[in-house]
Design a protein around this ligand. Sequence first.
Ligand code: GLN
Length: 475
Amino acid sequence: MSIDLKNLTAKKAHEDLLAKKYTVLELANAYVENIKKRDPEVHAYLEIFDDIENQAKKAQERFDNGTADVLTGIPFAIKDNILIEGKIASASSKMLENYHATYDATVIKKLKDAGAIFLGRTNMDEFAMGGSTENSAFGTTHNPHDLTRVPGGSSGGSAAALAMDGCLVALGTDTGGSVRQPASFCGVVGLKPTYGAISRHGLIAMGSSLDQAGPFAKTVTDIEILFSTLAGRDMMDATTISSDTYAKSPLKKSLTIGVPRHTMEKGVDPQVLVNFEESLTRLKKLGHTVIDITLPNIGYALSVYYVLMPAEVSSNLARFDGVKYGLHVNGKNSIEDYFATRAEGFGKEARRRILLGTYVLSSGYYDAYYNKANAVRKTITKDFTDVFTQVDVVLTPTTPTPAFKIGEKANDPLSMYLADIFTVTANLTGMPAISIPSGFAKEGSVSLPLGIQMTAPHGREDILFTLGKDFLGEK
Ligand code: GLN
């Protein structure tokens, strides 16, 4: 039987599985077949798991005995920095090329309990550092909409897998935009939840005060289903929060949307700006109010992120010492082993950030850079808290340009970092943000997806879901 993967959502697949239109295995196999067709040119996956049939069998039993959950039998792609017991988790680094996870990340455990199917692990920028997936030690992923372009990053493999119908939903991680930016480039929905909403236990850490796991899906409805399964307090992650940690005022039908136009004055592609205006018109027609707002310190966000993130990276990546995990390279003595392992195991971008981070944390510069950046982080957060007394949501484009060409920014780290201009703030403030497909830019004969980003106050994913569904016309 042939399944219409293009128009399938997790919600619809659940109904179909309940109605026995196809079996869990037939669904999983439909994806595996499509991956075989598309992935040789897209390279979204690093590995397709060999136990899919077994997973499907167990999930099918739950349909047969009436204990199926909404995510039972739903085929997932998992970013390669999320631990699945017994499987390799390489974070797309030579350092962990042969590292097998010894336990399940909490998000994986929750999905296993729900009966989800893991199709495979997806390509990413090494240790989640990058915005194009070009920093993977195992080759670049291509954007399914235009194979000469990047899918975004760092969760580019997960976004591309979804966009090529190589999975029904996917997981990524977002430290400065790594779910939202590739979602925007690939034309799918991507959520960065409130910091602490989803457990980080079992994610390979990048910047611990910024990292969050986040779901990818084709609809906001599916994102909401995933979020409610994944969210919650976890004994294994002391930074997790519960759904009532932040006070919630009742949701209004007509929302006030704040637009910080001053952030879009320079460096934003004209087609992105036109699409953004069209999106505002659409939202107004739906009965929402749009007002201009000012975020006085947002201009510092990118600089603050690129001080704090490398500081946290340098300390998180110190554990890869050739002894505890993964790669070991022999030198003449143990200190040489350490240097040799790190020189061979880490790619260029990882080394660049370790150096930068070590520098900003060094005793002579700690106050000047690290402490200063932390102080500005607080000020930026206050700007947002203040603005949220007047508006329900802050709206910007997700990225300043559509997907760029492979190789275009690979040798110019600063221009690559600039692509994160709209996304890093939500990680600095810890607030939830979602990227929603908003149309296409034309480049010659190809159409490149664009996205808008909605940011809400802490704990208010519900506002993002309501407005997002409204925008996409989902009931
Ligand atoms: N592109 C950003 C960076 O390179 C974001 C990475 C991420 O969110 N993991 O740091």
